[in-house]
Design a protein around this ligand. Sequence first.
Ligand SMILES: [Zn+2]
Length: 222
Amino acid sequence: METWNSFFNKGKHSLTRHKPHEALPFFIEALNCCPVTDNKSHARILFYLGATLKKLRFDNSALKSWILGMKFNKVGYSFKMIQRFSNEYGMIKQDSTSMDDWQAFFSLQLAKYIQGKKTKKIGSPAELDMVKDLIYDFWKEVQGHIADMKANEKTAFFRSVTIMFPIPGNRQEFATQEAIPYNFRLKKHITGTMRCFCGSNIPYALCCGRITSGEELINGCF
Ligand SMILES: [Zn+2]
């Protein structure tokens, strides 16, 4: 029987020979075979899995893999990759701050739309276009209000914007106002760089406060 290590080495071998599509199944297999108690090995595999996904241009999945790797071992290599590729929302960094903001606003609103649907998914490319156009109409207004806000304030504001999406007879109620997370022990609002309150010991923006990208919401993780 093959051990996680042999899959891991095969994966690394494929990666060094610039064959990420070959490396991917090896790293996934290594992850499946790795003993559940071995945190450091999990962190190592997830780092390489992230690097492989990045090479295959699955940027959001790569980031997710590194963030998970950091949860297993916070001093691991994944930390550097996250710093390099993620923004203050815990999402993949875009070309400009306003693109980062748009991506966060779009993803939060898309999540609301999907949650409000009975099927919990987007049915067609045309539906996605319609939703995107609607969110963009609001964005032009929203953009004017966020100039002096910090990331966590922007996140709360983006969430609080209510768009009346056309989902006839299918709408569920959801809260329109979402509070900024608050640490009652420290008596402080939780910012993206503070350690997450769930005990993972990694920054809030990369853990429970992470905004799931639109791509992940539509396609799932990988
Ligand atoms: Zn957390």
